[in-house]
Design a protein around this ligand. Structure first.
Ligand SMILES: NC(=O)c1ccc[n+]([C@@H]2O[C@H](COP(=O)([O-])OP(=O)(O)OC[C@H]3O[C@@H](n4cnc5c(N)ncnc54)[C@H](OP(=O)(O)O)[C@@H]3O)[C@@H](O)[C@H]2O)c1
Length: 265
């Protein structure tokens, strides 16, 4: 195990559900204190109580809508005021939308970009200097296997995750030698609230993993002495995502386009 956050503080966004909850458990289990961020305060408080009881974790709950214009600045101010310095940042909060782009609510599409991309970039920029200074933590940005090809009927979602993958791999390179581990985590379909939020249970390629399986992949990657810039969770997901790189892009687009429902207007 080379990722040892014992005695440091980790901030997890989207900690009220799914992958974020599992991230929080695994980090707490390794002795990290936690800052939990999402909108649903009751869920965050319940998780904080569980983590305090199970692992003696010091938990700070910050209910926040990360799509708000001053959200990241407010979060930074709260942590500064509380004298909390972050060694690990998990940019996990995100959502998807499903349907023909021309028919989707424009404000929801923009909020998706705001959360999946803009807030992730703002948080990375705000905390990267302290993460580098700490030099013993990680920056984990949750991308997706959706990052590897365009996704008709999830056009904005696929594009946001392609951004996250590209951005994070670049940061991995920029921070080489600092001691900070930078990782883009690319899950395939996982059993969380994601598909309920996206109103899409049927446009799925591959088998569902559990949140436990996905986060185990992330922790295993972080435990490598030289942690990789990105990791795909699930062997078949990795085969598919890597295969995409060898196939003609038009063919891939056609296969993905025919894959999900609804197929016709
Ligand atoms: N599940 C999958 O199949 C899958 C596959 C690949 C990638 N991913 C990615 O994994 C990440 C976690 O998703 P999940 O699967 O765990 O889905 P989830 O169960 O729906 O969790 C999403 C989290 O994001 C938070 N969130 C949503 N909008 C927010 C906002 N405006 N401000 C702050 N927090 C917000 C939610 O909390 P509140 O509602 O309380 O704010 C929740 O904690 C996402 O980035 C997603 O794109 C998921």
């Amino acid at each position: 195990m080379t990722f040892e956050p014992m005695g440091t503080t980790a901030l997890v966004t989207g900690a009220s559900s799914g992958l974020g909850v599992e991230f929080a458990h695994r980090l707490a289990e390794r002795g990290a204190d936690l800052v939990l961020v999402a909108r649903r305060e009751d869920r965050l408080e319940a998780l904080a109580t569980e983590l305090r009881t199970s692992y003696g974790t010091v938990c700070t709950v910050i209910p926040l809508d990360l799509t708000g214009p001053d959200a990241v600045a407010m979060l930074v101010r709260k942590l500064t005021d509380a004298d909390i310095r972050i060694s690990t940042l998990v940019n996990n909060a995100g959502f998807g939308t499903h349907g023909f782009f021309a028919e989707l609510a424009p404000e929801r599409e923009l909020a998706e970009i705001q959360l999946n991309v803009a807030a992730l970039v703002a948080l990375s920029r705000a905390f990267l200097p302290q993460l580098i200074e700490a030099g013993n933590g990680a920056l984990v940005n949750v991308a997706s296997t959706a990052a590897f090809q365009p996704i008709p009927r999830m056009a904005v979602y696929g594009a946001t995750k392609a951004f996250v993958l590209s951005f994070t791999e670049a940061l991995w390179y920029e921070t080489k030698g600092t001691g900070l581990k930078v990782l883009a985590l690319c899950p395939g379909p996982a059993s969380t609230e994601f598909f309920d939020v996206a109103h899409n249970e049927d446009a799925v390629f591959g088998k569902f993993e559990t949140a436990e399986q996905v986060i185990a992949t992330a922790m295993k990657a972080l435990d490598r002495r030289r942690s990789p810039a990105s990791v795909i969770s699930g062997r078949m997901n990795a085969v598919q995502a890597k295969g995409v790189g060898f196939a003609p892009r038009g063919l891939v687009l056609d296969i993905v386009g025919r894959g999900g429902a609804p197929k016709k207007r």
